[in-house]
Design a protein around this ligand. Structure first.
Ligand SMILES: [Zn+2]
Length: 240
């Protein structure tokens, strides 16, 4: 049995939401989850020190990522290198909240050059919004074929079919399942194969245990669930 890994969690505090590392680990224990990738809330000023506070005491459970707003330019690139030096494994992007097209290479390219150089993975908001619609992923994934991209929320609701089309044609693109209904997750698994789907929750904005239990129905087999709920991401992150 490979590790069970949750690809998508926010830690820290913003108005209306908060989650500490201890709170997340308690949810993981209840659900039976081994490890979870953590990054800050992305609204307003992104505070990556929240990841230090949450993941620092739980190095064996929480995998540190960082979030960045590319409009901050060189400061974002410098922070990426500092945090990669300190052990960050992935980058969270949210084009809709931060106001840019994911495939805007002039803006996002320098940051992704650093991602590629440091061997990080990218998880990017990918609900059916203009700035991060599936064609945006197609363009950026083609420009950075060495970088694994996870489309958070799998293009739901209105762009799920298009997300599956793009993922089928894009070797470095994975559909992430946070808050995606069981029907759409099971379609992704059946049409693309379980090696193209990655489980995440988007905690704290979920019933955590439900988000894990829904994967039994969505994956259809124990082998598929093992890949979706940790095997694929363990391979991308080089974990055992
Ligand atoms: Zn999220």
């Amino acid at each position: 049995m490979s590790l069970v890994i949750d690809a998508h969690n926010h830690v820290g505090v913003r108005h209306g939401a908060s989650q500490t590392g201890d709170e997340l680990v308690a949810k993981m224990d209840e659900a039976g989850v081994d490890r979870a990738c953590v990054f800050p809330f992305v609204e307003g000023v992104v505070d990556n020190t929240a990841v230090d506070d949450a993941a620092g005491p739980h190095p064996d459970r929480l995998i540190p990522y960082l979030a960045l707003n590319p409009w901050t330019g060189q400061a974002a690139i410098d922070e990426l290198h500092q945090r990669a030096d300190a052990g960050a494994r992935g980058l969270k992007l949210h084009p809709t909240i931060h106001g840019y097209h994911l495939s805007d290479l002039e803006l996002v390219g320098p940051l992704l050059d650093a991602v590629r150089e440091r061997g990080l993975v990218v998880i990017c908001h990918g609900a059916s919004d203009l700035y991060n619609a599936p064609p945006e992923f197609a363009r950026i994934c083609a420009a950075y074929p060495e970088v694994p991209f996870m489309m958070a929320h799998s293009g739901t609701f209105w762009s799920h079919d298009q997300a599956m089309e793009v993922a089928a044609d894009t070797p470095n693109l994975y559909l992430e399942t946070a808050r995606v209904p069981v029907f759409e997750v099971s379609l992704s698994v059946r049409q693309l194969g379980p090696e193209k789907v990655i489980w995440g929750t988007d905690s704290p904005f979920v019933d955590y245990v439900f988000e894990f239990e829904k994967m039994d129905r969505a994956c259809g087999s124990a082998d598929a669930k093992e890949l979706v709920c940790g095997g694929n991401l363990a391979r991308l992150l080089g974990l055992d």
